[in-house]
Design a protein around this ligand. Structure first.
Ligand SMILES: NC(=O)c1ccc[n+]([C@@H]2O[C@H](COP(=O)([O-])OP(=O)(O)OC[C@H]3O[C@@H](n4cnc5c(N)ncnc54)[C@H](O)[C@@H]3O)[C@@H](O)[C@H]2O)c1
Length: 354
């Protein structure tokens, strides 16, 4: 067994517990520190191997000096924690999507990481689902012929879901960079949510390899009736000259190619997706392959998301990479029309309150 990496996890809510559990279960890591501003979350931590605990992440990081600084806090807390991670001397910083609340914040985080030199990963771990991997495998095999379109829809709203969708669209398109986007957005209901977003955003992405990306996220996105669990009503895949392959987050995969139709099961499952996501951090630290959820790739996805917002609010096409930062959520609050969002299906009425 190689070096055992010391890990500190900040934010012990739903995702922090997933991360601490997966790190503790992997012999390549030992959980040495757990932090949450809510003292109540630090009571039952013996199950993670009796790590040090504290409500001040910076003080705890200085004390335990982790190799891996991981944080799973609400989306409004990103830059300050990346800074704590960099200052702690951690070799890898792992954090939750979305990358940031704006392009301006994402650029500040990127500058901090570029200067500090730590590796970084962002948790787009759905990709470890067997149904996601099967879809990617079919696309990568060439069975679709010339891929011309990648697409993704989700019923959930942008800051929750678009980060995932764009990451997997880029994966299904060989990681190609985007050259420009164009979009529309509607509905102010979710602007006050912690994951502040338009109720619905839809747009096109021009990728450098000529492939078209089509994204829809929110109340107006088409239903995925094959999936019951509302948050897993997501459909993404690729179309080519010889067929298509797609994955439903909560409903397996399917493809039609020249050799026939095929399909299989699978549903997003944290317990199954986390172990490999965590293992590949050890592999990257060991000097093996770069982690597929690396920050550089996640940053490009975040840029696409923020460019879609700019296009929807300011009109026209938006060129990528973005030349300078902006507060896109402030722009949404200022310019998004008052008209209520129109639903694609009554199934969305409860979540969007219309
Ligand atoms: N990758 C995925 O599949 C996935 C799924 C759900 C949520 N998420 C993302 O994970 C992040 C966290 O979501 P969650 O559902 O675990 O939230 P949560 O509310 O369950 O947990 C957040 C925790 O962070 C703590 N916290 C808040 N501010 C803090 C600070 N300054 N220092 C230390 N601790 C602090 C809170 O007390 C809470 O315990 C969000 O960004 C969300 O978008 C990702």
């Amino acid at each position: 067994m190689g070096e055992r990496y010391r890990v500190m996890v900040v934010g012990l809510g739903k995702r922090g517990v997933h991360h601490a559990t997966a790190f503790h279960a992997n012999p390549r890591f030992s959980v040495v520190g757990l932090s949450d501003v809510d003292e109540g979350k630090l009571k039952d931590t013996a199950r993670f191997g009796n790590p040090s605990t504290g409500t001040d992440p910076a003080a705890l990081a200085r004390m335990v000096k982790p190799d891996v600084f991981c944080f799973c806090t609400p989306p409004t807390i990103r830059y300050d924690l990346v800074k704590i991670g960099v200052e702690s001397g951690a070799r890898l910083i792992a954090f939750e999507k979305p990358v940031a609340m704006s392009s301006a914040e994402a650029m500040r985080i990127k500058a901090l990481l570029d200067k500090g030199g730590a590796k970084a990963v962002v948790s787009h771990q759905h990709r470890y689902g067997a149904h996601y991997r099967k879809t990617a495998e079919i696309i990568e095999s060439g069975a679709l012929g010339r891929v011309h379109t990648v697409y993704a829809t989700a019923s959930g709203w942008m800051l929750h879901m678009a980060s995932h969708l764009i990451d997997y669209m880029r994966w299904f398109n060989g990681g190609a960079d985007a050259q420009w986007v164009m979009a529309q957005a509607a509905g102010r209901g979710k602007l006050t949510d912690l994951h502040a977003s338009p109720d619905y955003i839809a747009g096109f992405i021009q990728f450098a390899n000529g492939v078209r990306g089509v994204l829809e996220c929110g109340a107006g996105a088409p239903d995925v009736p094959e999936v019951d669990y509302w948050w897993r009503k997501c459909r993404m895949g690729a179309q080519g000259s010889d067929g298509f392959a797609e994955v439903l987050t909560g409903g397996g995969w399917r493809s039609v190619t020249k050799t026939g139709c095929s399909s299989g099961e699978g549903s997003m499952n944290y317990d199954q997706d986390m172990p490999q996501y965590i293992q590949e951090m050890a592999d990257w630290l060991d000097g093996a392959a770069v982690h597929p959820c690396n920050f550089e790739s996640a940053y490009k996805g975040h840029e696409i998301m923020m460019a879609l917002v700019r296009s929807a609010m300011l009109g026209g096409q938006v060129a990528l990479p973005l030349a300078s930062g902006m507060d896109e959520l402030a722009l949404l609050k200022q310019k998004l029309p008052e008209a209520k969002v129109l639903l694609s299906t009554p199934v969305n009425a409860k979540e969007y309150g219309v």
